[in-house]
Ligand binder design. Structure first.
Ligand code: SF4
Ligand code: SF4
Length: 302
């Protein structure tokens, strides 16, 4: 039975909450105490728990380890069985700032320090945002969980795709109408590919976000006219080709080259920072199949 769409204003309230939370520099700083933001204005989307793409992803990525929304929710609330059509998934995209992107465009073999800070402290911001949205929903009388924060969340190996995990924020954002995949595996959104992503699952109902695409690589130029491959030329590890993204090569480069660089030369801790393929590319800060290069983007701040 499909549960009647209720909570008409809840999505708007959630959007307002996330946007307001991210606008507060006490929450969203590139490093503790900094006046500079880690990310720009977020994009937010929603999908129904019963969306057929969720079981499709589970089957495609790994039936034995990848979660559907009701499985993830069931782990958070094991005594409260729930049906897929009682749930909604909220996904957000946090765009890298213009300052971070500009600095990172100069990167050739090593990430810029701005990018490494956004990867390290910025991901902490994203983690706190997940917790804070769950708290906000609780105040609204809605039970929810952030799959990435569940203790059962783990990395795994997919037979088809190699490195994988229990929940993919990028695939969730795709289902929530926020963007499509690029040749480099990054998600190209209306504010581009230089982003971080997060999500929560809640027992609530409202209209989902319309997906304005039919194919999963629709917004990548390579899958339109075959004339891009700029991300492949940007990658210092030769991990991107016309065949796609070689996760093993990418991970090896990050482990052996960039993470030690961040520890020794930048932040004093190992951080899996790279993302050179996410800047100085046509899809850096907008959807290149829709908008002209160089036009102002929604994600630009300061
Ligand atoms: S740089 Fe070009 S080929 Fe690579 S993901 Fe972006 S649009 Fe696609
Ligand atoms: S993250 Fe770095 S190593 Fe991996 S594909 Fe992008 S540029 Fe290459």
């Amino acid at each position: 039975m499909v549960v009647k769409m209720a909570h008409h204003n809840l999505l708007e309230k959630i959007e307002e909450y996330i946007t307001g939370w991210m606008a507060d520099r006490a929450n969203n700083a590139i490093e503790p105490g900094s006046a500079k933001p880690a990310f720009g204005v977020p994009l937010i989307g929603a999908a129904c728990g019963e969306d057929p793409l969720f079981p499709f992803l589970k089957n495609d990525i790994g039936t034995d380890f990848y979660w559907t929304p009701e499985q993830a929710y069931g782990l958070a609330f094991p005594d409260q069985p729930v049906k897929p059509d009682e749930l909604m998934v909220i996904s957000w995209v946090l765009p890298q700032t213009k300052e971070t992107r500009t600095a990172h465009r100069q990167a050739k073999n090593f990430p810029s320090i701005e990018w490494s800070k956004a990867r390290h402290y910025g991901e902490m911001v994203n983690g706190k945002l997940r917790q804070s949205v769950v708290r906000f929903l609780k105040e609204q009388g809605v039970k929810s969980c952030a799959p990435m924060l569940l203790p059962q969340f783990k990395k795994s190996i997919s037979d088809r795709y190699g490195f994988a995990s229990s929940w993919s924020e990028r695939h969730t954002a795709y289902v929530c109408g926020l963007g499509t995949f690029g040749l480099s595996d990054g998600l190209i959104t209306s504010v581009g590919k230089a982003i971080r992503v997060g999500s929560v699952i809640g027992k609530m109902r409202f209209e989902p976000t319309t997906r304005s695409y039919q194919r999963h690589q629709q917004w990548c130029l390579h899958f339109n006219d075959k004339k891009c491959m700029v991300c492949a030329r940007r990658c210092p590890a030769d991990a991107i080709s016309s065949e796609g993204h070689d996760k093993k090569k990418c991970k090896t480069y990050i482990r052996s080259v960039t993470a030690p660089h961040v520890e020794q030369e930048q932040l004093g801790v190992r951080v899996n920072s790279c993302g050179i393929c996410q800047t100085k590319v046509p899809c850096e800060s907008f959807n290149p199949t829709r908008r002209k290069r160089g036009s102002r983007t929604l994600g630009e701040v300061g």
